[in-house]
Design a protein around this ligand. Structure first.
Ligand SMILES: [Zn+2]
Length: 340
């Protein structure tokens, strides 16, 4: 029966496309039925060869079916394009998560924090001051003679300013006078901060440095207090017993003045390549505050005593982390920072 034949064609088409989930396969099935040589197309083409009676019966059925096939094809195609591929989309909670990049502290920052922690525990106050200074605070108030070489263009960055000649501070000591102008002894402070030197850079020299300075002032302060506090600080910082050695020196703002060394952090004083077989490592400068500095700050002469000492944070960080070139600190190279 021709009607049954057409019905069967329709059924098998719908069965086939219901199983498909791929657009190309869907299109191939459509061609198989209504393409140029499709099963249904052949019947439609053959309509002109059959009797008009049968044509009246089969013609509308075949044409309807072709329309149904076209509609079903479009509908299925739309369904497929809207379907989410859950295989691809599903979340596998067992996969390792995306790694979050964690920032690191610059070694200078770490050393700063370590220093501040130790001194805070010893009752020191942390004080900061401006990096752009006047000649008065950077040099004159600290008893620098007018012909002192530190005032030379070769060592110092001078900055043009409408009012007066300014200087990028060459040390953190200006903060001593700024602080003492506002406070009366006794006190103990540390001054961490950035300082600048107008010099050529190499593995041991930088133009931008970090310094840290301590100032203790009272009525009966002496060099023994300095040695004791320095020993406590360095022993805490390096996590081992450290000895302090003083050598006579000269600084305008202290009298007497010392260079101070610490016992080698590698060999403990037994002599090794790290300390060039000296057993000691040069660290910084110190001394009893020159009375002229107290006078600059407005204190009466010879009423108070105090000691001041300072050193470079880069040098300390290089010793602690075994860094061989000071230029790494300002290099901005993340590979360097990620090591700490
Ligand atoms: Zn050594």
């Amino acid at each position: 029966m021709p009607e049954k034949e057409i019905k069967d064609i329709g059924n098998s088409f719908f069965e086939e496309i219901s199983k498909l989930s791929d657009e190309r396969a869907l299109y191939a099935v459509k061609v198989k039925y209504v393409g140029r040589n499709g099963i249904l197309t052949k019947i439609l083409k053959n309509l002109k060869n059959i009797s008009s009676e049968q044509r009246k019966l089969i013609g509308p059925l075949a044409n309807n079916l072709r329309q149904e096939i076209e509609n079903a094809f479009e509908k299925r195609k739309k369904e497929l394009s809207e379907q989410i591929d859950w295989e691809k989309e599903k979340l596998d909670v067992t996969l390792p998560g995306k790694k979050v990049e964690i920032g690191r502290l610059h070694p200078i920052t770490s050393v700063y924090r370590e220093i501040e922690k130790i001194f805070s525990s010893m009752g020191f106050e942390i004080v900061e001051g401006p990096e752009l200074e006047t000649d008065w605070y950077n040099f004159t108030s600290l008893n620098f003679p007018f012909d002192h070489p530190a005032r030379d263009m070769q060592d110092t960055f001078w900055v043009k300013s409408p009012k007066e000649k300014m200087v990028l501070r060459t040390h953190t000591s200006p903060v001593q006078v700024r602080y003492m102008e506002k406070r009366k002894p006794p006190f103990r402070i540390i001054v961490p901060g950035r300082v600048y030197r107008n010099e050529a850079t190499d593995a041991a020299h930088e133009h931008t440095l970090h310094q840290f300075e301590a100032l203790v002032v009272g009525n009966d302060i002496n060099v023994g207090n300095f040695k004791h506090i320095a020993k406590q600080f360095f022993s805490a910082f390096f996590g081992k017993n450290i000895d302090i050695r003083l050598r006579p020196s000269f600084f305008p703002f202290t009298e007497p003045s010392f260079e101070f060394d610490i016992s080698c952090t590698v060999c403990g004083g037994k002599k090794c390549p790290s300390c060039k077989n000296a057993g000691w490592l040069e660290i910084g400068g110190a001394g009893m505050v020159n009375q002229n500095v107290f006078v600059s700050a407005g204190y009466p002469r010879n009423k108070y005593q105090g000691f001041a000492w300072g050193f470079g944070i880069e040098r300390l960080a290089m010793m602690k982390y075994k860094i061989d070139d000071i230029r790494w600190f300002e290099s901005g190279d993340l590979r360097f920072i990620k090591q700490f």
